[in-house]
Design a protein around this ligand. Structure first.
Ligand code: SF4
Length: 217
């Protein structure tokens, strides 16, 4: 099959239309009620699924209902709770340290500041982007494994681009007011359609100009 020869502008418009059709009201699939619950859930989500994180945080935040309680929780107990998520020792240590920093340094509030967020253990650019976008409603495109894969398959970024390069390219591709929505849509598209293994290319309306699909067909 020959790919459609269209301009980048048209291709982006097509992608945006398709994402809007598939996910008109995209939502973060991590469960949380408080700012620190979101921060901890996103930190815990490294190398695992949101579904697994939701099962763990349900137990965690029911047992420790305030940041103060969480800060004073025994490491052993936190390790047991987060065990299903993998790298549980490290995640438990990070979690307790984040709770301590929030209580002692930020009066129990998650700071609305990228540098402050990124100084916390287990919190890198992606986690900070998600928190700033999801809780504080700052336009952001957090690049996780799904966003990275989909962007490269579609040719919105190059195969060897770093996560930061992908983020910058997506910021140039989409309008700032849509960044947070596009981030969520690309996550969901990667999670349920353009999956890592066996992407659903047959039913995908982007295949006519998808770089990855065209290179294989
Ligand atoms: S055609 Fe396949 S690889 Fe390309 S975007 Fe669609 S699902 Fe992903």
């Amino acid at each position: 099959m020959t790919g459609l020869k269209i301009t980048k502008k048209k291709k982006v418009a097509w992608i945006e239309d398709y994402l809007d059709t598939l996910f008109p009201h995209p939502k973060c699939e991590l469960n949380y009620q408080k700012d620190y619950e979101l921060l901890i859930a996103v930190m815990l989500s490294a190398q695992t699924t949101d579904k697994s994180v939701n099962l763990v945080t349900k137990v965690l935040f029911e047992r420790y209902q305030t940041l103060e309680e969480l800060k004073n929780a025994p490491l052993e107990d936190i390790m047991t709770i987060v065990h299903p998520l993998g790298t549980y020792h490290r995640k438990a240590v990070y979690l307790l340290e984040i709770a301590r920093i929030l209580v002692e340094k930020y009066d129990g509030k998650v700071p609305c500041d990228r540098n402050a967020l990124e100084q916390m253990p287990g919190v890198g650019r992606k986690v900070a982007n998600v928190v700033l976008s999801e809780w504080f409603h700052f336009p952001n495109i957090a690049v996780d494994t799904h966003v990275d894969r989909v962007s490269k398959r579609l040719g919105l970024a190059k195969e060897n681009d770093s996560v930061l390069e992908v983020e910058k390219k997506l910021q140039k591709t989409f309008l700032p007011e849509n960044w947070s929505k596009r981030h969520l849509q690309l996550v969901l598209f990667g999670r349920y359609h353009c999956k890592s293994q066996k992407p659903l290319c047959k039913e995908c309306e982007l295949k006519e100009f998808c770089k990855a699909y065209q290179s294989k067909n």
